[in-house]
Write a protein that binds this ligand. Sequence first.
Ligand SMILES: C[S@@+](CC[C@H](N)C(=O)[O-])C[C@H]1O[C@@H](n2cnc3c(N)ncnc32)[C@H](O)[C@@H]1O
Length: 377
Amino acid sequence: MTTSTLLQEIEKYIPIVGDINIKSPLAYQATRGAVEVVNTVQMAVAEAYINGLEVPDLVLESLFDTCMPIFFQYFPSLLAPYEWVLKETDHLAEGSRELMKIQYDLPQAMLNTMLGDGKLIYPKYSMGLWEKGALNLEQSQMQMIDDVIEKLDIKDGDNILDFGCGWGCVPNYILSKFPNVKFTGLNLSHEQCEYIRHKMQDPESYLSSDRFTLYEGDLNNANFETKFDKILSIGVFCHIGNLTEAFKKLASFLKDDGKVFIHIITVRIPNNMSSVYTHKYIFPHGRYWNYDAVPSHKQDLKTIKQWYLNGFNYSQTLTHWLRNFDENQATIKTLNYGMDYAKFRRIWRFYLIWFIRNFACCDGEYNGNGQFLMVHA
Ligand SMILES: C[S@@+](CC[C@H](N)C(=O)[O-])C[C@H]1O[C@@H](n2cnc3c(N)ncnc32)[C@H](O)[C@@H]1O
């Protein structure tokens, strides 16, 4: 027996540390008990903050900087707050309407200001690429989309589906570069679709060309007659609870020689990750798949290439979002969030600060983004 097999064998019986997936029943139950304690403490700290406890950002940052490396390196199983985080759910995506209400259909003036709303780069709610020298948020998002174009090998004339298209930023930019590409965007957020419909009437927008089609609807019910050359999905699979069903669906939309490109937040720990805080206040039913989750699926679609993008890129992106959020309070605070604004502001600042530190911690090597190029299995 090698040393690593021996260590794994021992780890099975020790609660809390290491890989939850290999624990003996007793160690598994003890670990779930410890998770309950972590959940309670986390929520107590977060809710004290959002209900008004005065804590300087520096203290909050230090708290995350201290805790997160320990969780990532030694106690990853404590980062799965619910058992559903560890396994596939019944539906392809759970609680979609609640997610729209709490997150994506919030006042768009707030989201657009935070994410940046340019002439070509519309609001984009996913990682920008900074490691190639981008000087600002817009450049980082352009370089990120250029990276996708290259890895997915987009060719002029391709018919492409954007699964969870946000505000249409990626289609708009790609249509601007390729005069014969066709795009279909799918999104459940009514408010984001309204933004897109407005752009579809604007002659200066590439979305106004007849090469772009919008479908407002749920990923769960998505159905297309057309088969696509390429399918991309950026920042959406954190809302997918069942990879098996999702890949089956995507495969049914894909031409025989087509390619799928999935870009997601990922964690390089043995299990998937989520938090009681984000589940309640930010992304209901959201989860971050571990880096092996997508490639371990070999039914319907299989991964032929994969890349890990260092979390530093997302930490930088989120730092810009927080800055935009803070610097535009005069407008942002006048909007209706269905709750006291001071509380809303704290909910969002807690989320943004936490994520900035999460992606930066351990030199960005644990929590980053994964990109997966897939073809028919
Ligand atoms: C983080 S945003 C990313 C948007 C876009 N891909 C980008 O990079 O800017 C996730 C997107 O997925 C959409 N989405 C989430 N769950 C969905 C569902 N069940 N059906 C359709 N769209 C969904 C959201 O409305 C949102 O537009």
